[in-house]
Design a protein around this ligand. Sequence first.
Ligand code: NAD
Length: 281
Amino acid sequence: MAIRIDGKVISGIIKDEVKAEVSALKEKGIDVTLAVIQVGEDPASTVYVGNKKKACAYTGIVSRAYNLPEDVSEEELLSLIRKLNDDSDVNGILVQLPLPKHISESRVIETISPKKDVDGFHIQSAGALLTGEKGFLPCTPAGIIELIKRTGVDITGKECVVIGRSNIVGKPMAVLLLRENGTVTICHSKTKDLRSVTKRADILVAAIGKPKFIDASYVKEGAVVIDVGIHRNENNKLCGDVDFESVEPVAYAITPVPGGVGPMTIAMLMKNCLEARKQQG
Ligand code: NAD
């Protein structure tokens, strides 16, 4: 049986590390503050935002909630972001995605000051990641690196295959694995003979957005398998991009859904907020 990589436990350790530092800052009279903006009332977004607020409460980070109506204009949203950029009491700004169609996500992301870009989505953060400069790392891929390392797996020299090339998961994931000295291949919807590539992977990251797509036939014996996908199955239960029952017997280690990558994303967000506060002096 494969090692079940426990994202709940590992994220708990990271949140406790953040909590200790936040509390030490509080003793000096310094607060860490995250502004969380939600547009509309999409139920999934409400759950994600709620989980982020809970993590803030746990770690001692102050969360300021801004709930804007679905039909808010792009200009109103951008002007709120500019106001928060200029507010020295706010250390991090998060805009919950996706946004309604009439608002340009890229314009919104580019308006957030790179100094407060705790999601790590700003083009400056992406550039810093690519060139190895200091900058905020996108939370999901950064959390995955922590999961792999804290499982005791050395990435150096390993064949790493990432399925998915989105800006928030696939691409930064590949760059981070490269930074850890992995030999990295990115697969996507136009990849020919996906199985022949994924079968080479010592470390396989599935960020496809298709429920239970990866079964044992895609996985090399002894691989570390990281499942980024989040879906609801026909019984309304959470599942990932990986068919857990099929893959677990062949893998060395595997993340479950729920309780794998998901909690890490939030823990890394807390870490980025703390880092933002420290950098802002
Ligand atoms: P996306 O839809 O932007 O990207 C999916 C990628 O998969 C694309 O690059 C596409 O080329 C590739 N793909 C699609 N079909 C394929 C196929 N048949 N073969 C090979 N590649 C294929 O999705 P995303 O934003 O990167 O998210 C991926 C999944 O991760 C989703 O299920 C999302 O809900 C989940 N997610 C989870 C977290 C978390 O915290 N756990 C965070 C972000 C995203």
